[in-house]
Design a protein around this ligand. Structure first.
Ligand code: ATP
Length: 269
């Protein structure tokens, strides 16, 4: 079994500019960028930099995008892993994979580790020791031990994402671990318009297209839904043998995305 499958190291070129809206969130997380650009400055002052930041928000709100943008802004390697992959794919070796991950990050430091779906590893320990949970507990304990071992000069920041903050083990949130939380909510109307504009870059829109009107008509849409909507609109235009996207393409795309969301939520029932 290849390790590369769950741990991916890359150097993202994503920047804060690629993320529409969320000025407050970018501001909060820019401290991480500052630290990663020069951990030595923090070490010289005896200051502990940020170690762990948990991003909390519904699916598709751009948490992964934000993590990649932090790496892009700081120009550091980005090692990403999904919590459920740790637990499911490597029964019996979850803890050693965590060790590998941190070893790798230390070699590449300054660097970012991104753990998506951290709740899969870090949900509340039940106290009841059932076979399956044991594995998760060892993985979680290793993660905590690695983070406790950071010092001023380690130069690694662990970013994690979840949409179930209430499920997290309180041990994760203690000082020196994930002691910072950033909320990434669904976009408001103005943010939806800005996200639509980002995804319309490089596409030709007909003069009758009004992205503000589309934003008004899409309450509850996430950034991922909006990206999807713009792409569906472009596909709709291609099907009609046009290279210019019209208002009717966006209307049709909105209906399709809405329908898709309804089907997904029905499937979950
Ligand atoms: P999940 O919790 O499902 O993993 P997520 O919060 O990590 O979702 P991303 O995967 O980062 O969400 O976002 C999905 C896609 O949605 C992005 O790749 C991007 O195309 C688009 N997107 C989301 N938010 C924004 C935004 N603020 N600006 C521009 N694009 C966005």
């Amino acid at each position: 079994r290849s390790r590369a499958k769950i741990i991916e190291a890359e150097r993202p070129t994503t920047r804060f500019d690629d993320i529409a809206g969320y000025g407050g969130v970018k501001q909060e997380i820019s401290e991480v960028v500052d630290y990663l650009r020069s951990p030595a400055r923090y070490a010289a002052a005896g200051a502990k930099g940020p170690r762990g930041v948990i991003m909390v928000g519904p699916p598709g709100t751009g948490k992964t995008l934000l993590a990649r943008a932090v790496a892009g802004e700081a120009d550091v390697p980005f090692l990403s892993v999904t919590g459920s992959a740790f637990v499911e794919m490597f029964v019996g070796v979850g803890a050693s994979r965590v060790r590998d991950l941190f070893d790798d990050a230390r070699k590449r430091a300054p660097s970012i580790i991104f753990i998506d779906e951290i709740d899969a590893v870090g949900s509340r320990r039940s106290g009841v020791r059932l076979g399956g949970n044991d594995e998760r507990e060892q993985t979680l304990n290793q993660l905590l031990a690695e983070m406790d071992g950071f010092d001023e000069s380690t130069g690694i920041v662990v970013l994690a994402a979840t949409n179930r903050p209430e499920a997290l083990d309180p041990a994760l949130l203690r000082p020196g671990r994930f002691d910072r939380q950033v909320t990434v909510p669904l976009p408001n109307q103005a943010e939806r318009a800005a996200i639509l504009a980002v995804h319309a870059r490089g596409k030709v829109l007909a003069p009758d297209v009004d992205l503000d009107a589309v934003a008004r008509a899409t309450p509850g849409f996430s950034g991922a839904d909006l990206a999807n909507l713009v792409n569906e609109a472009a596909i709709n235009a291609v099907r009609a043998d046009r290279s210019i996207i019209g208002a009717e393409d966006l209307d049709a795309a909105r209906d399709r995305v809405l329908l898709g969301r309804r089907e997904t939520s029905n499937a979950l029932l």
